[in-house]
Ligand binder design. Structure first.
Ligand SMILES: [Zn+2]
Length: 265
């Protein structure tokens, strides 16, 4: 009984000291609730594609890895449709973080990096066919090169309800550059793209998935609301809004179905 009494006394003292430290009642914007809001995980799979086109018989290993054939992409989109998934733009994650708007059920985002013309030629028509949306990330200094979309195509994507964001200027890896180079790759690209598209550009995808604290600081100061990595993570949180996770979408149905069917989603 004596031991129990001591435990009870300790418990009472702990509660009293906690009250004294934090005060009561709590205002709604307490540091703890802000922290838990920031770190609360939202399960949201984002798939990351690159080239969408045929794979040549003499293709290199890298070309094979980073290419999805239109046939496989269509099978992937059909799977999403048949299983009740809903493709969404990344704005829904921004609204979830900033306004607490819940994501639609079975939401999934499809992203396409590097701005290849084959994405416009092959992925865009398939997305339209299935009534789906995708987000395209383009190195602004590459726009209009022979293998990369021009502003006309990018405007057409945006006008059709697709997402368009930046992917650096010359695709330099952000963890190896500083100062003016980071400014050109992150800040100037946002301004240029917004001028050409006539709408805000809120999302950046790190070229090659490379970034560091300095790059995050520049991304944040430039006014982006999200930054996408290549970290395989399904749980997204406001605290890591500049380190959003994505899965590699390759030339097999499993690259899309695995993140969706994992226990964590
Ligand atoms: Zn890239």
């Amino acid at each position: 009984m004596k031991k129990l009494g001591m435990i009870f006394l300790c418990a009472m003292l702990c509660v009293a000291s906690a009250c004294k430290r934090f005060g009561a009642p709590r205002a709604e914007a307490s540091p703890e609730s802000a922290l838990s809001k920031n770190t609360a995980e939202i399960k949201f799979p984002i798939i990351n594609f690159h080239h969408v086109g045929p794979i040549a018989t003499n293709a290199t290993e890298k070309q094979v890895t980073y290419t999805t054939t239109p046939e496989v992409l269509e099978a992937e989109l059909k799977y999403l449709k048949d299983h009740g998934y809903r493709t969404v733009l990344l704005d829904v994650l921004i609204d979830a973080f900033d306004k607490g708007v819940p994501l639609p059920p079975k939401a999934v985002a499809l992203t396409f990096d590097d701005g290849w013309r084959d994405q416009f030629r092959n992925a865009f028509p398939l997305l339209k066919k299935y009534g789906m949306v995708g987000s395209f990330f383009i190195p602004v200094g590459w726009v209009g090169h022979s293998k990369v979309m021009g502003w006309t195509e990018l405007r057409e994507l945006a006008d059709a309800g697709m997402g368009v964001g930046t992917h650096g200027y010359l695709h330099w890896h952000f963890d190896t550059i500083h100062g003016w180079a980071l400014d050109r790759e992150i800040v100037q690209t946002k301004k240029t793209m917004e001028q050409h598209l006539g709408r805000p550009v809120d999302v950046i995808a790190y070229p090659g998935g490379y970034y560091n604290a300095e790059a995050i600081g520049v991304v944040k100061a430039a006014g982006y609301k999200l930054a996408l990595t290549t970290k395989h993570r399904i749980g997204q949180s406001a605290a890591l809004r500049f380190e959003v996770g994505r899965f590699h979408g390759g030339n097999s149905l499993e690259t899309v179905t695995d993140p969706l069917t994992s226990n964590s989603y």
